[in-house]
Design a protein around this ligand. Structure first.
Ligand SMILES: Cc1cc2nc3c(=O)[nH]c(=O)nc-3n(C[C@H](O)[C@H](O)[C@H](O)COP(=O)(O)O)c2cc1C
Length: 371
C-alpha cells in the first residue's frame, strides 16, 4: 500500500527541492502508527554481529538522520535501519542547497555536512522506542568544530550503548573537513581502541551487547585498505560497512551539469566502485567479521552482486528516491528467486562466491554473472 502511495506522490515530491521532499516523506511516515515488522521467509534470515536479522536488506544512514521514524521504516520491510549520522552537539550542517538529484544517472549528490539534532535529542527518541522489536543502529559522526574528534566518538558510544543494537563509527563522510583522515592507521588505531573500551565499559554496566562497526570510503586504495582492515580486526570491531559516498565522478555520467556539484555521490554510478572495494575488503577480512555492502543497490541483482562480493548484509538509500519503498519487497523476492536458482539454502551460501573476480575487475565479473 505504501509503495502504491509513493507512486502516486512521487511526481509531486520530485517537483519539490530534494531536501523539502525528504522532510515531507519523513513527516508522512511519522503520521503512520509504528508497525511491528512482518515476519520474513526464513531463508532470508542472517546472523551477524551477534544479532539475528530477519532479512538482509537494510536502510542506509542519512535517510532518518534524526531518528524520527525507525519503527515505521522497519514496518516497510527493511531487515534493519541505520539512523543518523548523529553528532554530540546539535549542528546545522552546510548551507542549502546541499542535496541534488541526478535522475538520468539514478544518483544523488549530497553535502549535508552532518546536520544533526545532536546526541541528547536522538538518545531521547531512542529511549522512547526501547523494547520495540526490530534492529536499529545509529551512525556516529564528530562535530565540525570539535577540538577532539576521538572524544566525540567516545562520548557518542558511551551514551548510545543500550539504546541501539549497533553503532557505526562513520569515518568516511566526505562533507566534514578532515573526517576521512581518521581512516589513516595511527588515528584509527587510537580511535578504535578508545571506542571499543568505551563500548565494553558501557555494555558491562548494563549487561547488554552493542555491536561496533566502522564505515569506510570507496575512495581508498588497496594499500590504505591493508592497514585499515588490519587495524580494525586487531582492535576487535564487529564488522565493516563498505561503502560511503564517493568524491569521484565517473566519466560516463549523463547529468554532467549537476555532477559538478561538490559533495558525495551515491546511487548507480557508485555501484561498481563500492562493490570492488567491498570485494577487496572481503579478501583481507577472510571471514573473520561480517561485512555490510552499500552503494548503488537498485535491484535484487545488484544486492546479489554485493553478497557474491563478500557482504552478509546490504543497505541502500538513493534508489528509494527513484523507486520508492516497493523496492524493498521486490529485492527480497528477487533474492529468494536467486537462491532457488542457485540451489542455495541460505544467503550465507553465496557470500563471497565471486570475491576474487569482483576485486580484480567488477565490470567483467558482474557482466559474466548477468549473462
Ligand atoms: C542524502 C544522503 C545523506 C547521507 N548521510 C549519511 C550519514 O549521515 N552518514 C553516513 O555514514 N552515510 C550517509 N550517507 C551515505 C549512505 O548511507 C550510503 O552509504 C550511500 O548513499 C551509498 O548507498 P546508496 O547508493 O544506496 O545511496 C548519506 C547518503 C545520502 C544520499
Amino acid at each position: 500500500v505504501i509503495g502504491a502511495l509513493f507512486s502516486l506522490a512521487r511526481p509531486a515530491l520530485h517537483v519539490l527541492d530534494p531536501e523539502t521532499a525528504h522532510h515531507a516523506s519523513i513527516r508522512a511516515l511519522s503520521l503512520l502508527p509504528p508497525r511491528a515488522p512482518q515476519p520474513d521467509d526464513p531463508r532470508l534470515n542472517v546472523s551477524a554481529f551477534g544479532l539475528d536479522f530477519p532479512n538482509p536488506v537494510g536502510l542506509a544512514a542519512g535517510y532518518d538522520k534524526q531518528c524520527d521514524v525507525p519503527d515505521q521504516l522497519l514496518g516497510l520491510g527493511f531487515g534493519f535501519v541505520e539512523c543518523g549520522g548523529v553528532t554530540p552537539l546539535p549542528q546545522p550542517g552546510n548551507p542549502r542547497p546541499r542535496v541534488f538529484r541526478l535522475p538520468r544517472d539514478g544518483a544523488v549528490i549530497n553535502r549535508f555536512g552532518l546536520n544533526s539534532d545532536g546526541l541528547s535529542a536522538v538518545s531521547q527518541r531512542l529511549r522512547r522506542r526501547r523494547g520495540r522489536p526490530g534492529i536499529v543502529g545509529v551512525n556516529l559522526g564528530a562535530n565540525k568544530e570539535t577540538r577532539d574528534r576521538i572524544a566525540d566518538y567516545v562520548m557518542l558510544v558511551t551514551r548510545l550503548c543500550g539504546l541501539a543494537q549497533f553503532l557505526t563509527i562513520n569515518i568516511s563522510s566526505p562533507n566534514t573537513p578532515g573526517l576521512r583522515d581518521l581512516q589513516g592507521e595511527a588515528f584509527l588505531d587510537e580511535l578504535l581502541a578508545r571506542c571499543v573500551a568505551a563500548r565494553d565499559e558501557a555494555d558491562g554496566a548494563i549487561g547488554y551487547r552493542t555491536a561496533l562497526l566502522i564505515k569506510i570510503a570507496p575512495d581508498l586504495d588497496e594499500a590504505a585498505l591493508d592497514g585499515l582492515v588490519a587495524t580494525a580486526l586487531a582492535r576487535g570491531v564487529d564488522g565493516l560497512i563498505v561503502s560511503n559516498t564517493t568524491t569521484a565522478r565517473p566519466a560516463d555520467m549523463k547529468e554532467s551539469a549537476v555532477a559538478g556539484e561538490a559533495g558525495g555521490l551515491s546511487g548507480r554510478p557508485l555501484f561498481l566502485r563500492s562493490t570492488q572495494v567491498l570485494a577487496q575488503t572481503a579478501l583481507r577480512v577472510e571471514g573473520r567479521v561480517p561485512l555490510i555492502g552499500v552503494g548503488g543497490i537498485d535491484s535484487a541483482q545488484a544486492a546479489i552482486a554485493k553478497f557474491r562480493a563478500g557482504a552478509s548484509l546490504v543497505q541502500l538509500y538513493s534508489a528509494l528516491v527513484y523507486q520508492g519503498p516497493g523496492l524493498v519487497p521486490a529485492i527480497k523476492d528477487g533474492i529468494l528467486d536467486h537462491l532457488r536458482q542457485a540451489g542455495a539454502a541460505r544467503i550465507e551460501d553465496i557470500v563471497g562466491a565471486d570475491m576474487a573476480a569482483i576485486a580484480a575487475d567488477p565490470a567483467a565479473a558482474l557482466q559474466m554473472q548477468a549473462a
